[in-house]
Each structure stands twice: as C-alpha cells, then as structure tokens.
Write a protein that binds this ligand. Sequence first.
Ligand code: ZN
Length: 445
Amino acid sequence: MAVQQPAGPDPYFPDNGDARYRVHRYELVLDYRPGPNRLSGTARINAIAGPAPLAEFQLNLADFRIGRVRVDGRQPHYTHRGGRLRVRPAKPLRAGAAFTVEVHWSGNPGPVPSPWGGLGFEELADGALVASQPVGAPSWYPCNDRPADKASYLLSVTAPSAYAVVSGGRLLTRTTKASTTTWVYEQSAPTSSYLVGLAIGRLQTVLLGDPGPGGVPQHGHIPAQLLPRFSRDFARQPAMMELFQELFGPYPFDEYAVVVTEEDLDVPVEAQGLSLFGSNHVDGARGSERLVAHELAHQWFGNSVSIADWRHIWLNEGFAKYAEWLWSERSGGRGAQQLAAAAHRSLAGLPQDLRLADPGRRSMFDDRLYERGGLTVHAVRCALGDDAFFRMLRDWVRLHRNGSVTTGAFAEHVARFADEPPAGLFEAWVYGTALPPLPVLGDRP
Ligand SMILES: [Zn+2]
C-alpha cells in the first residue's frame, strides 16, 4: 500500500523533481578519472508519463556539458539552465505512455550549493564521494530528483584500477581492461535519487561477521590504515542487524555496506544499502556506535519506507534516533527512558518553535528535529505499550516497503494499534511546538 505521490512540486525544493512523470529505471554508464576529476556519463532513463499528456518534462542535472539528449530515440528541444534540464519531445507524450530518455553529459563534477553547503559529488584528496541528502543527486547524474520517485538502478562505473568503486546494491561484475576497471552494480529495490551513494577510493574490503544461510552480507570498505579501528568500532553491527530485524522486520535489501573515507565528514550519511562514514567516526573505542545504529536503521526508515516529500523528514530521523536508543537499551547501555529524559532536558532549554510535521526547509536538519522526533516515537511507545508498539512498527515497515509515506498516514496507522486513540499525542508532539511533558514507559493506564 503506497501513499499516492503528491501532484505538485516539493514545497521545500520546488526546482527539484517533476511530478508529471515517474521513472522506473535508471541505467547509468559513467567514466571517472580522479586526477583531473573528470566525469562523463550516459543515462538511459525508463519513465512513464502521468495522467496528463506530457508536452515537456524536467530532469535535474548540474552544470555539465550536455553531449546529446534523445527521447524514444528522437531528438527533442531542450534547455539546460540553473540545474534544470527541460526537455520538449518532438511530439507530446501520451498520458500514461512509457518513454525512454537518453542523456550524455561530461565535465568536472562538484557539490551543488544548498543552504547546508555543498551537497552531492565531492572530489577527495584521492578519490571521490557522493552523499546527496537531500538534493545533491543532480551533482552527478540526471534524475527526477524527488524522494517519492523511486526507481531501480543499474550503475556502471569505470575508474583507474587502483581504486575501488563502491555503491549500494549487488556487484554484478568487475572487469579490468588495461589500466581501468569497470564496476557494475544492480540496485533492484526502488530507490530515491538522493539515496544512490558512491565512493571511489583506495579501499580494502572486509566482511563483517558471518551472514550464515539467509543472512544479510555486510561489507566494510575502508582505507587500510583505518582497518584496526574499524574492526573494533563496527564489530557489533551484525548484532545490531539482528536486533533491528527482530524489532522492525526483515532487512529490506539484499546486502549492506559501509564505507569509511580517508577524510572527516560532519555526519555519516545514509544511502540505499550503504552508509558513508568519515575517518573521524572511527576511533577504535566505539565512540560513534550510536551513529552506526542510526545509519543502519535508515535502511528501514527513510530508504525502504521513504517520505512523500521533505516536510515529513522527521519520520526518517525520529525513527533513526529512536533506533539509537533501542540499540543502547538492548545492548547493555542506557535505556530508552533514560535517553529520552536526557533529550527532553536538553530540548527544554532550547527555543520551542519547531514543528515536526512541517519544520520548514531551514530546520530540516536541526538537532531539535532529531531529538524531538525520537521523543515522539518514545511517546507512541509509552502510549501503546511495548507489545502493540513493536507490532505497529513492523506493520508500518511491511505495509510501506518500497513506498513513500506522510505524517498523516503514520498518525492513522498508530491509531489502529491503540485500544483508545492516543488523544492529543500527535497534536502535541507533531503538530504543536511547545514541549509536552516527558512520556514515561509503563505509565500507560
Ligand atoms: Zn539520520
């Protein structure tokens, strides 16, 4: 059961994405040279027109040189300005028609500007990294850049053989010719454009734990010198995977990979089937273990169950935050109640003008959204009791797997698991701004 995609542009990013059509598959063939930081690519995009005929449509793509554009093999009119590639096919596309767009592009990729600094493709001292949340995907490939437009991906990247190329999904082939190697990844699960991750670097690959029959393979891709610290810091990730499968239901993808880059990152970033960490997140003392749990939890909350548009981001971050607390509780650390109390104390001393349900673009990544989001999930748990709460969570993940959701849909879902509708809970925690009293586990009548 997927919530219908909104018909209009994203309220926070009206220039990104085009709701008049949807993409069901991207096939990207890229060639990247780290020294000169040169990228050239060909995209074949299989799409379907919406309920109205399509005289023109838009893809998002940063300021590259466009070599060629085709729609169903024919040359369209197009303009490419301000990160938008506007395409007018020779003949309008019929309502509901399947069509194929081909785009060739090349240039020196770099981050696209945003209110949070550059996003997307980043050239490193020796390699490259892509972390796109929320609107960085057009920094490296043409896309219908909205989180609810989820597609499968075939990604082929050719790079000098000294480098490893890591993306989410299954590595189909790795072929070396002369001095270059081509890595082909298939991500068959529907994926939001911002969640296509990429790392190119001198990385070693290790297997974390023993997945056993039917288990989820978990790989780490790490610079050799960070391997000892990584081995300690990520040692408990297989146990997290087991716990989260118990609490949230089956892991939604075929495998999970983590990359640690040689450089620092402000925060780790999630991608589909992949999370990216900076060297500052490995200290050999499990100092960032809560973030290991946070990023893993996004595979369920944010990646498999996506948001319909960015107003609903608390659904990603609130659950990922709460997963940190659940991991702590179940792995011998502080309990969720204690962590909720600490979050509540810190929020009580901060301005109370943030509304989870629609925080505004500027406050999407405000720390208060994460903390209040975690507290809201805790409030739901306190209201439902553990048994109904975890059944509710697993059912939410199962119903909306590969789909996209809204805050309203979550409120309705929660009400179905309560003996009595949790009166005022969503009004206070999600739609209001004042901080409600700390919810307490076991206080349920
Ligand atoms: Zn997060």
